[in-house]
Design a protein around this ligand. Sequence first.
Ligand SMILES: Nc1ncnc2c1ncn2[C@@H]1O[C@H](COP(=O)(O)OP(=O)(O)O)[C@@H](O)[C@H]1O
Ligand SMILES: [Mg+2]
Length: 202
Amino acid sequence: MLQANDIAWTYNGKTWLFQHKTVAIERGEVVGIYGFSGSGKTSFGKILARHMKPSEGTVTLDGVPLPMSGRSPVQLIFQHPEQAINPRWKMRRVLLESGPIDRDIFEAFGLQDHWLDRYPHELSGGELQRFAIVRAFHPEVSYIVADEMTTMLDSVTQQAIWRAFFRIARMRQMGMLIISHDFALLECLCDRVLDFETMKPL
Ligand SMILES: Nc1ncnc2c1ncn2[C@@H]1O[C@H](COP(=O)(O)OP(=O)(O)O)[C@@H](O)[C@H]1O
Ligand SMILES: [Mg+2]
């Protein structure tokens, strides 16, 4: 189980962006977090995926604090893949950085072999996002935090991505936290949806 216990965060050391955020996600569970823009959802996602150490509180996986080094078992997928991928690397290197390429996952997301020899700017936003997702599914990953993962994409691409995403995540019994400002999307994808403000079910 992935647990965030009484998490607080401040960027400036003076004012809290948020405090007292607690959530527990089981493996195989899909939890949504809904909230308005600027409320701190992305910052919370970064804390869960170990990109930042919380100002207060702890993040534990199966009762043990998340290690701050090595490949994280909790992977974050951002809204803007171009910000998460090294623009100077070809896609083959981007993928190989997270370990050997899993052929099933590669194909589930409709990636094409000749794209591996391209740079990030030579792919569309949807293609690049699919690479970012495939990279996140490394063998040791057990939780995915999807932060506005398909917000920038057209609805056909959104559907294709979510379908492949759920197929792989369910097969591997992964836990998922889906962050979005789109309540209809969360309602359709998640087992339960929490209001980021109160962390209570909506
Ligand atoms: N690196 C940063 N330094 C200072 N303030 C930041 C930083 N990143 C985000 N913020 C601020 O924190 C607030 C919450 O941002 P964010 O976590 O992205 O919220 P959300 O994802 O809910 O829109 C915003 O007001 C944003 O401007
Ligand atoms: Mg955000």
